[in-house]
Design a protein around this ligand. Structure first.
Ligand code: FES
Length: 260
């Protein structure tokens, strides 16, 4: 290794780290958390059933928007411009790649998986296993620079999810309505707290005083932005919770708690 901790001008320390605390715990927990979500989301996306509780109008965000003739009657809030799909294509395939791209290129998730999965480095004062460093200048990591474009698509998907949640209220009121609503509120908070969003609102300005509206938006987004990590994890949880609830209701495993 000729760069990083192996560079000629660095102290020669044979041990990977001299830390004696449990520095490996945060990367391990991050790996387990991300893995659990990826496994759950992949299984549910390819399951192809129990995504629409017709009686109550609950549509899971993993299948929204559902735009093909394969979608269950009533679940296509934006029509079915696409023909029947083979079973190996997830019904939410329009939005899923963009949402995946949005999360994968998110500044917070980058930090999380660069440290945990890529181990670059896994923790402060712990040598990384890689011999070279090219940053985000080459494929595949150069794609990280497309984050702002994924952000624009994520905005549209948030509008779609909001529409789904609002439409569900036309079927009455049950616990699922609050779960769908809570999920979209947190999704909006996560999306608007995005670093790209903050830059779009207030970046590249020489004088905030000449742009009071953008300054106000930047100020509000900045307040959300400091919670971006918490929102990133919370929304993974609420996405799973929302999907799980819709699945259990749609499969008749549980009954929706109805208020009227
Ligand atoms: Fe995390 Fe944009 S920085 S979503």
């Amino acid at each position: 290794m000729t760069s990083g901790v192996g560079a000629p001008d660095r102290a020669k320390i044979a041990a990977r780290t001299l830390r004696t605390d449990r520095w490996w715990l945060p990367p391990l927990l991050t790996n387990l958390g991300l893995l659990a979500f990826v496994v759950y989301a992949t299984i549910r996306s390819f399951m192809g059933k129990w995504y629409w509780a017709a009686e109550y109008g609950y549509l899971t965000p993993f299948y929204s928007p559902c735009l093909s003739d394969s979608c269950l009657p009533g679940s296509s809030h934006f029509g079915t411009p696409l023909p029947e799909l083979p079973g190996w294509i997830p019904l939410g395939f329009i939005a899923l790649p963009f949402l995946l791209g949005f999360r994968l290129t998110c500044y917070y998730y980058r930090k999380a998986y660069y440290r945990s999965v890529w181990q670059s480095p896994p923790a402060c004062a712990v040598a990384e296993p890689h011999g070279g460093y090219s940053g985000e200048t080459r494929l595949p990591l150069v794609v990280q620079n497309a984050h702002r474009y994924f952000f624009y698509v994520a905005l549209v998907v948030s509008v779609v999810n909001t529409y789904d949640a609002v439409v569900a209220f036309t079927h009455g009121l049950g616990l699922g309505n609050f779960i769908l609503l809570g999920n979209v509120i947190l999704l909006w908070a996560y999306t608007l707290s995005c670093h790209s969003c903050r830059h779009i609102a207030g970046g590249r300005l020489k004088h905030f005083s000449k742009h009071p509206v953008r300054y106000r938006a930047w100020t509000l987004i900045s307040k959300l932005n400091v919670r971006h990590m918490q929102l990133a994890w919370t929304t993974l949880g609420t996405l799973v919770l929302t999907d799980l609830y819709v699945m259990l209701v749609a499969s008749d495993a549980i009954s929706d708690l109805r208020f009227f």
